[in-house]
Design a protein. Structure first.
Lengths: 175, 440
């Protein structure tokens, strides 16, 4: 499937943020913006919803905590009770460091795996670079066009007015 | 940065302390005095006293040392409680006051821009250092025998009836002149640097330019080095030496963590109150979010230090160390057990769960509740550090809360007066625009 895009190239992040506000105000649907580094406030400007990853993180953490407590209580309390330092078999203060570490361990690994799964960042992942300069010093705004590219002249004008230094057209083929 | 469409810049704002506000502060002081008087009466009359020991203490004349009697010598119970709660509340408020300057100094050294909006509040906190220092010196000079066991006569002299070899081993450090020299130097260092940073900040307001900022960075860096040492040593001197047989290498950090998180909670609470009364026009949810993160993070830090101290003592179970937790967990007929667990819940579980989500940190109401809880919680943390070692089983709450309320009212009077002396927004600070446009 081939998709056509209009690419507005911007030199400055402030200009880019204003342009995003204005274009969205004019009813243009922005496909994505490519930038060499994370731009503060761009998520809000693009109207991207906040990630729900923290909610997942909370549950991974709870799993880690439950696993750690089960592991220690079962092994040290029931499966193979041992007296260590004259303490009770199930000595909760001693379990806290392990519980803490496993909570953190489950949370980070769960989050990383979830993040990779959601964003499709698996090995041999090929990313579609709209314009290689967006990996260096340019900000590239991509707007999807229809088959006939009929909106292109109007879009070009709009992008130019909002500070784009150049406007290109690009076809991307997705297998 | 997304809202760059408006390019407004900050303008000076002047706080006007209304008579209504002042009346509230005086009411807090008045209520404190009332509770204090009630507490003293209750102590003298022995209301609600279960232990027969009280009766004999009431008989002793107030303020007179019953000479000769070795360990339990001291003033009447209510005098002791009054002196010790003065020491306790003063420690708490003095520490918070100094944390205002520490907060500012860290932000200077880090070249942080976001915090400029609350900088004047942190500055105003140090208004309490001078009165706090005076109270501390007076209480020490008047009541040191009731607070510090090691100041008793003959405790370090061999052959005396009071001789205690363990305390005598700390002779080099715990002597009254050396103690006073240390105490005065901590207080002078804290006061002088607060004064200097405040002065630079006010001059910056008048003249502008970046030279005041650069001087402040150097001053702040020097202060932080000195504060790192003095905060730790003051914790040994002022708090740990009430349990003179006991020691913990974590203690400096523990006391600092308590002061630090309550100081940040105090700054946040002041900022919210000012915002709700129509001041600090440019303070928004983003600034509160960052302050909330600090409260959240440092509540966990306090717990970490608390637990590091607790677990090692619990695990090793050496009698000379474990006595500290014996007294607090079940000792004195379980008098401190409740507050021991309350302390953990209100200082860890509550802020941890309450401030976990992003929305909670950005909403004033939740942040306000958590800040108040943290302040109450750390006041009771200091209660737990000081009371078992000094009052043993004879401590209570009425006198202590009364004294704390008097301190709170006076602290707020000085704080608001200092806040109203200059613009609430340091308009000529080089990072003021960064703070206005701060997003998280």
């Amino acid at each position: 499937m081939t998709k056509r895009f209009a690419l507005g190239v911007f030199e400055d992040e402030d200009v880019l943020l204003h342009a995003i506000d204005n274009l969205r105000g004019a009813g243009v649907k922005i496909y994505d913006v490519f930038s060499p580094y994370p731009v503060h406030g761009i998520d809000d400007a693009l109207g991207i919803q906040r990630s729900r990853l923290p909610i997942a993180a909370f549950f991974y953490g709870m799993c880690g905590l439950a696993f750690a407590l089960w592991l220690q209580i079962y092994t040290l309390g029931f499966d193979w009770p041992m007296i260590i330092g004259g303490k009770p078999h199930i000595a909760l203060p001693a379990f806290i460091p392990v519980a803490f570490e496993l909570t953190v361990f489950f949370t980070c690994h769960g989050m990383v795996i979830t993040f990779y799964a959601i964003t499709g960042l698996y090995p041999r992942f090929k990313t579609s670079v709209m314009d290689v300069r967006s990996t260096d010093d340019k900000f590239v705004m991509a707007i999807e066009l229809d088959e006939t590219s009929s909106a292109l002249p109007k879009l070009t004008q709009l992008l130019r007015e909002n500070g784009a230094s150049e406007v290109n057209q690009k076809e991307m083929t997705k297998k | 940065m997304a809202t760059l469409t408006h390019q407004e810049s900050a303008t000076a704002e002047q706080l006007v302390v209304t008579d209504g506000a002042r009346k509230i502060f005086y009411t807090i002081i008045g209520a404190g005095i009332l509770i204090l008087v009630l507490g003293i009466l209750a102590s003298i009359m022995g209301w609600g006293a279960e232990h027969p020991a009280t009766a004999s203490h009431v008989g002793a004349a107030a303020g007179v040392e019953s000479a000769g009697a070795p360990h339990e010598a001291g003033s009447a119970i209510w005098v002791k409680r009054l002196l010790i709660s003065l020491w306790h509340s003063n420690l708490f408020f003095l520490g918070i006051s100094a944390v205002g300057t520490v907060f500012m100094a860290i932000n200077y050294v880090a070249y942080a821009g976001w915090s400029v909006m609350v900088k004047r509040i942190a500055e105003a906190f140090s208004a309490w250092i001078l009165p706090g220092a005076v109270i501390m010196l007076v209480v020490f000079l008047v009541g040191r025998h009731d607070i510090f066991h090691w100041t008793h006569d003959g405790i370090m002299t061999k052959g005396s009836a009071n001789y205690d070899p363990i305390v005598a081993g700390k002779k080099g450090f715990l002597t009254v002149p050396f103690y006073l020299i240390r105490m005065v130097s901590y207080l002078v260092i804290w006061w002088a640097f607060s004064w200097k940073l405040r002065k630079l900040s006010l001059q910056e307001d008048l003249n502008g330019g970046t030279q005041y900022f650069h001087t402040s960075v150097t001053t702040a860096a020097l202060f932080l080095v000195l504060y790192a040492v003095t905060s730790s040593m003051s914790a040994w001197d002022w708090v740990m030496s009430v349990d003179v047989h006991w020691f913990s290498t974590m203690f400096g950090w523990y006391v600092f963590a308590s002061w630090w998180v309550s100081g940040i909670a105090g700054i946040t609470l002041t900022a919210i109150f000012l915002k709700q009364n129509g001041y600090l026009r440019f303070l928004n949810a983003n600034h509160l979010h960052d302050l909330g993160k600090l409260i959240f993070g440092f509540s966990i830090f306090w717990t970490y230090v608390w637990f590091a101290q607790f677990m090692l003592i619990w695990y090793a179970n050496l009698p000379e160390e474990a006595v500290y937790f014996n007294q607090r967990l079940g000792g004195f007929n379980g008098q401190y057990t409740g507050i021991f667990f309350f302390n953990l819940v209100i200082n860890f579980v509550f802020p941890f769960l309450g401030l976990m989500t992003r929305d909670a940190k950005r909403q004033m109401i939740i942040l306000k509740i958590v800040c108040i809880a943290v302040l109450v919680g750390h006041w009771s943390d200091f209660y737990l550090m000081i009371m078992p070692g000094t009052m043993k089983g004879e401590s209570g709450f009425l006198i202590e809360i009364g004294v704390a309320a008097i301190f709170l009212g006076s602290f707020l009077l000085l704080l608001t007066r200092r806040l109203s002396e200059a613009s609430l927004v340091p308009v000529n600070h080089p990072f003021i625009d960064e703070s206005v446009h701060h997003t998280t």
